[in-house]
Design a protein around this ligand. Structure first.
Ligand code: PBG
Length: 324
């Protein structure tokens, strides 16, 4: 059937009709809100390249978590800005670490929010790499051992899900083994399985104070040109025990999200990263883009590509916009 018998515009005539035939339902139920926790109390410092996103102390994190929960957002992911950094990221393992204390504070506040932690060393090392450096290179196996300890300390503090973002080989297996050894077999792993070496992490590195002090992350994060390799990375992480996998960033990798979704029957996450957020915020502030329709289009696009879970700094705004 073709025109004039068939007129696609018939089903676009009213909002009721458009709603009836809509293929992808935007919802807050898969959203995760990223947060940056720093030492101290009553600290709330806006990140200059990420309007409305703050570095904040645990007490303030708890306050914002109440708001996040009341908006119907199911969870947060925590990043830490530690008191001190050293070559091995030791402060990431401390039971008194920034992230560990924040998790405990959230638990004490009796919130039902899922608490996810980012497991990585870049925020905790003085050189800013995601692992320990030996002979000028990021040493894989030595790093994996530290990451497993870090994941364990997050679980002990009360995290629900740990999310390794370092891109070392074998870290998911090491984390699973360490958690199980200590009876944390119910703590899930959301692996950043296909994490690309991206220019879009720029604002995050300001927020998390985690820029590498020399070189770049190309020896561990993926080459943006590769999609087949992402499937291999996902397969490996699933074999090692990941419960959910993530593609990151989101917008330049919608094809990768789709291919992962089609090939694997596990929950797929996508990280709508800092640079993707900053671009929209900057353009909106200049009056060049209308923020609300732009953000909703981005999120529905990521969902349509196949993501079940979306980590996004826009989460609170989206939840407000979608509220009936
Ligand atoms: C840590 C980590 C990064 C992001 C999440 N975890 C930065 C990086 O790899 O440099 C980026 C998140 C964002 O840009 O919003 N390894």
């Amino acid at each position: 059937m073709s025109f004039p018998a068939y007129r696609p515009r018939r089903l676009r005539r009213t909002e009721a009709l458009r709603g009836l035939v809509r293929e992808t339902q935007l919802s807050t139920s898969g959203l995760i809100y990223p947060m940056f926790v720093c030492p101290g109390s009553k600290v709330r410092q806006e990140v200059s390249s990420m309007p409305d996103i703050y570095q904040q102390s645990a007490d303030q994190i708890v306050e914002e978590c109440r708001e996040v929960e009341s908006l119907g957002i199911p969870g947060i992911i925590l990043f830490g800005l530690p008191e001190s950094k050293d070559p091995r990221g030791t402060s990431s393992l401390s039971p008194q670490g920034v992230v560990q204390r924040a998790i405990e504070a959230i638990r004490r506040a009796n919130l039902k929010l899922l608490v996810i932690t980012d497991v990585c060393l870049c925020e905790y090392t003085d050189h800013g790499h995601c692992g320990v450096v030996e002979h000028g290179d990021v040493a894989n196996d030595a790093t994996v051992a530290i990451l497993a300890e870090q994941a364990l300390s997050h679980a002990r503090a009360g995290a629900d899900i740990v999310a390794p973002s370092d891109m070392m080989d074998g870290r998911v297996a090491a984390i699973r083994e360490k958690l199980d050894e200590h009876k944390f077999e119910n703590i899930a792993i959301l692996s950043y399985a296909a994490k690309y070496c991206s220019g879009f992490y720029g604002p995050f590195r300001e927020a998390a104070q985690s820029a590498p002090q020399f070189g770049d992350r190309r020896s561990y994060q993926m080459d943006p040109a590769n999609a087949r390799e992402a499937l291999k990375e996902v397969a490996l992480d699933l074999e090692e025990g990941a419960d959910m996998v993530m593609v990151k960033p989101a917008l330049p990798y919608l094809d990768v999200i789709r291919r992962v979704r089609d090939k694997f029957d596990v929950p797929v996450g996508a990280y709508n990263v800092s640079g993707e957020y900053a671009m929209v915020k900057a353009a909106a502030a200049n009056g060049w883009l209308d923020e609300r329709p732009t953000v909703l289009e981005i999120i529905v696009g990521i969902q349509r590509a196949g993501a079940d879970i979306i980590l996004t700094y826009h989460a609170k705004d989206i939840a407000r916009w979608l509220r009936p």
